[in-house]
Design a protein around this ligand. Structure first.
Ligand code: PEP
Length: 250
């Protein structure tokens, strides 16, 4: 059995000032140095430079990117622009972007492909609506998202990706999936990766759970065999909460 590194990323969404980030990182960066998980933070574009300057032990992720090299895409940011400021991770296909900003499985695939070509780690989000869950179609739906996201991506490149399974009904709602339900879906995702690639590749890919993760439920979620980390929105905004999350084992 391969021991996968635990990876806990915060997602600040459209929150935070540079001053708040500096204060946050003063506390969190020290804690991250002593933590045995990989800690990271998804930041708005305006905070990326400061984050990279101040974070020595916290990885910095962008929350979106465009797949094209450059051109007439008003309001968008390219991969090379992110590389210029030192970004090494990008969250793609977050349900908020799928629901509000026309992100699709196809654009997620284009973004993943372009990021991997540039040597940046995509954090590929997937997850079902409440309607899909109630229709008992979660696994079918999520597996289709994953299959489309990885279309044309080699096993070697797939190893460089992270998956975040985030049931939409659990995001920002305070309703966490039970650890059993979250585990079931993450296990199904890994089985699907075995089908798409092979057992060895599937066993090495990090799968995070996201959806109302907080300091009191993280340990239980992280104890599941196919959950290798968390993507955390609300509870990543306060330094003390985020420190508790990355120290969940202590
Ligand atoms: C998220 O947006 O990735 C998320 C999981 O948010 P929250 O933790 O606030 O539910």
């Amino acid at each position: 059995n391969i021991m996968r590194q635990k990876v806990i990323f915060g997602n600040w969404k459209m929150n935070g000032t540079n001053a708040e980030l500096v204060t946050f990182l003063k506390k969190v960066d020290k804690a991250a140095k002593k933590s045995d998980v990989v800690a990271g933070l998804g930041l708005p574009f305006t905070l990326l430079s400061k984050g990279i300057e101040k974070a020595k032990n916290v990885k910095v992720a962008a929350q979106n990117v465009h797949f094209a090299e450059k051109g007439a895409f008003t309001g968008e940011v390219s991969i090379s622009m992110l590389q210029e400021v030192g970004v090494q991770y990008v969250i793609i296909g977050h349900s908020e972007r799928r629901e509000m900003f026309a992100e699709t499985d196809e654009t997620v695939n284009k973004k993943a492909t372009a990021l991997l070509a540039a040597g940046i780690t995509p954090i590929i989000c997937c997850g079902e609506t409440l309607e899909t869950k109630e229709a008992k179609k979660t696994v079918t739906f999520v597996n289709a998202q994953i299959k489309k996201a990885y279309k044309g991506i080699s096993a070697e490149d797939a190893l460089k990706t992270i998956i975040a399974y985030e049931p939409i009904w659990a995001i920002g709602t305070g309703k966490t999936a039970t650890s059993e339900d979250a585990e079931k879906v993450c296990e199904a995702i890994r089985k699907n990766l075995t089908k798409i690639y092979d057992e060895k590749t599937a066993q090495q890919i990090t799968i995070q759970y996201g959806g109302s993760v907080n300091p009191s439920n993280i340990a239980e979620l992280m104890s599941q065999p196919n959950i290798d980390g968390a993507l955390v929105g609300g509870a990543s905004l306060k330094a003390d909460d985020f420190i508790a999350l990355i120290n969940y084992k202590k």
